[in-house]
Design a protein around this ligand. Structure first.
Ligand code: BGC
Length: 725
């Protein structure tokens, strides 16, 4: 960690001199490397290599390299890239992902899903979470985390939406940037992923996405651009899919033109596991590091013999190879792994669980609370029904699946984290009589509901990498809610879901708490919110559609076909994702983006907007006008007088947001900036952002469908380059 006594740097090893800038150190190290040493850094292994690499022919992976990999790989991790011990360059030890360290042999602390922490609308939450999981990564011997995920929730059924930060580029860019900052504060590398437009899991390795450059730059790519600016991640993971006919990991436009040229990105591009399709095309298309090789049947696209042959034929230049290596080294120098090598350390799991609990408490979203049924006060008997609420809280599945401290509870192949809401409620309300019914038998659940003062019914929706999640609840859960609500109108629904769901029973229940996947102390967070120990303050980072007819694509492209089947999808909604799509279509969603209730109320006033550079400076006041201390979320949207004429994808965009913690009666003044890019459109012809002249309306509210305060502002024409070069 920082603060270790600096070793004197031998003059012939300038790359180890901490006083030099990382660029200079990287260049010096490249100059000192042999070709074989360079080739080590661009070719990574998955942990299966431990048992499988021995079977790979020696002319693909040399016996020396095999021995090194098997001797140094962190068992159970996601990946490994051999270092160069002769030069003091460490191995890269890679672990998934955004909810915590994923290592099947090492227990770790699971944060709430990234979608949940995005709902906090407070970057301090993912920042603290990132710092915590990054510390666990370091303490367990990993110097590279494969997080954060930032693909926009363009497809509400995407099975991985829980790993991402919602549907809005500003919110996602801010929250994922904060997560990465937290992770990298541990002097390790973080990896933003999956670049780009990898917005559905169906046919994820074979789908070709057609989308215009303008639409990408204003949506999916803007989220990446903002997060990268906010956090400078050491690496970017390119995605499995094709974008406009080119694979993500050899997409010259995305990797070379946008990322490395226009955004002046200095770090390296690593492939998703198995996402590489060529040697020359990938290297020249912008890929710097192949990851996840293990087995004799894997295509060794970046194995030493393949790159050597391409160098020899001139298909890959020496300059390009040096650039690949320099970028990887830049990340290793700039982010810390060289100067502060990772080593096993004790972990304070109790303190880390408290970080996760706090994150959940800031993030769960109270969607409905008719008649102030919540918080529960003075209730004598409570029925808790369904959702395996006696066993734990649900987690998502796939490469982000953490092995939780305390052990996972496996039910029907789904992972539950050991924090049962039932136990937590009993702790919070020791005098209440709290009974549980699993909800499998509707009559028995309804009978318990009828003889209880209040009912909490927990519904769950399992999401996983590699497949989509239908928005309908599975099994008897909808019928269960309806039956229970009929038996007792004081029914509260707690939804543990990876993303949006349909709620056919929405009108039958007075209270709904969206708990997402709430992490290793999720049960405690749920109980503390339901009982009012914590005032809810999360707001939806995604829209909840009311029905399938509201989706941009009624059918997921390729649904039902096996992954690998070539298919195309046209994203003709362009940048109109989520609430923007609903606004364009004038649909009323079930719950709009930005929605979230509190046990107190907030009033917004004194809105002012003025031009500031290319952007807009906004100021306003937020006051707690209710009876309880709480946290209010103010959302600033911006809308041109005529959005079609202005070339916008939708009538309004989120321009800024802030969360304020206020005691009853107290107010605070908030000043925010609206980024110029959120006022303009991207013009591919000149590679420019263009803000058209005219009147722009600044709207201030507490959700995207709120009755907003407004201020109008006239702005002149403005055109500026989208390239930082
Ligand atoms: C996932 C990545 C993950 C990698 C390594 C891939 O299947 O798409 O998100 O980081 O595996 O586990």
């Amino acid at each position: 960690m920082p603060g270790q006594a600096a070793q004197p740097t031998p003059p012939d090893r300038p790359w180890l001199n901490r006083d030099l800038p990382p660029e200079a150190r990287a260049r010096a190290a490249v100059a000192a490397m042999t070709l074989d040493e360079k080739l080590r850094l661009v070719f990574g292994f998955s942990d299966q290599a431990l048992t499988e690499v021995a079977k790979v022919p020696d002319d693909v992976v040399s016996p020396e390299l095999k021995t090194y990999v098997v001797g140094h790989l962190v068992k159970g991790s996601a990946g490994f890239v051999p270092g160069v011990p002769r030069l003091g360059i460490p191995d890269q030890t890679q672990t998934d992902a955004s909810m915590g360290v994923r290592n099947s042999f090492i227990p770790s602390t699971a944060l709430p899903s990234s979608l949940a922490t995005a709902a906090s609308f407070d970057p301090a939450v993912p920042r603290a979470g990132g710092a915590m999981i990054g510390a666990e990564a370091r303490a367990t011997g990993h110097n590279t985390m494969l997080s954060g995920g930032i693909n926009l929730a363009r497809e509400p059924r995407n099975g991985r939406n829980f790993e991402y930060a919602g549907e809005d580029p500003l919110l996602a860019g801010t929250m994922v940037g904060a997560l990465i900052n937290g992770i990298q504060s541990n002097r390790i590398i973080s990896t933003i992923k999956h670049y780009a437009v990898n917005d559905q899991e169906t046919l994820r390795t074979s789908l070709d996405v057609t989308i215009s450059a303008a639409a990408m730059r204003q949506s999916d790519l803007l989220a990446f651009e903002l997060a990268i600016e906010n956090s400078s991640p050491g690496s970017v993971m390119c995605s499995y899919n094709l974008i406009n006919g080119r694979w993500g990991c050899e997409n010259d436009y995305l990797l070379n033109t946008v990322l490395k040229h226009d955004w002046a990105y200095k770090g390296f591009v690593m492939s998703d596991w198995g996402a590489v399709h060529s040697t020359v095309g990938a290297a020249n298309g912008g890929l710097d590091q192949f990851t996840g090789f293990c087995c004799k049947d894997d295509k060794p696209w970046f194995a030493p013999p393949a790159i050597k042959a391409a160098l020899q034929s001139g298909a890959i230049s020496q300059t390009r190879l040096d650039d690949m290596v320099e970028r990887i080294l830049w990340a290793l120098f700039a982010k810390g792994p060289v100067d502060d090598p990772v080593k096993p350390m004790p972990i304070d799991y109790a303190a880390n669980a408290a970080v996760s609990q706090k994150a959940a408490e800031e993030s769960l979203v109270l969607l409905k609370n008719d008649g102030d049924l919540l918080p529960l006060r003075g209730v004598k008997s409570i029925a808790v029904i369904g959702g395996n609420a006696d066993k734990g809280v649900l987690a998502g599945a796939g490469s982000s699946d953490v092995t939780p401290v305390g052990g996972a509870v496996m039910i029907d192949t789904h992972t539950y984290l050991p924090s049962p809401p039932l136990d937590a409620l009993k702790r919070e309300l020791p005098r209440a009589r709290i009974s549980f019914d699993p909800g499998t038998d509707l009559a028995s659940a309804a009978a318990l509901a009828a003889r209880s003062d209040v009912v909490i019914v927990v519904v769950t929706r399992h999401n996983s990498e590699g497949s989509e999640a239908s928005l309908e609840m599975v099994g008897n859960q909808d019928a269960l809610v309806a039956a229970v609500a009929k038996a007792n109108p004081k029914t509260i629904v707690v939804a543990e879901t990876g993303g949006a769901i349909y709620m056919p029973w929405v009108g039958q229940v007075p209270a709904i708490l969206e708990a997402f996947y709430p992490g290793i102390r999720g049960g405690d967070a749920i109980a503390r919110i339901l009982t009012g120990k914590v005032n809810p303050s999360g707001h939806l980072p995604i829209s909840f559609p009311a029905s399938p007819g509201q989706l941009a694509r009624p059918e997921i492209a390729g649904l039902g076909q096996p992954d690998g089947t070539p298919a195309e999808v046209l994203y003709d909604e362009g940048a109109a994702i989520g609430y923007k799509w609903y606004d364009v279509k004038r649909y009323k969603p079930l719950f709009a983006f930005g929605r979230g209730l509190s046990y107190t109320r907030f009033a917004l006033s004194d809105l002012r907007a003025q031009p500031d550079g290319k952007g807009i400076k906004v100021s306003f006041s937020i006051r707690n006008v209710g009876k309880h201390a709480g946290k209010g979320v103010a959302q600033v949207y911006v809308a041109p007088a005529d959005w079609v004429k202005a070339g916008w994808e939708a009538p309004k965009r989120l321009g800024a947001f802030a969360k304020a913690s206020l005691k009853p009666g107290k107010a605070t003044q908030v000043d925010l900036m609206i980024d110029p890019r959120l006022l303009g459109t991207y013009e591919a012809a000149g590679n420019n952002w263009h803000r058209k002249p005219g009147t722009y309306r600044v709207l201030l509210g507490q959700s995207s469908d709120d009755q907003m305060r407004t201020a109008d502002i006239d702005l002149p024409d403005n055109l500026w380059s989208a390239s930082k070069q």
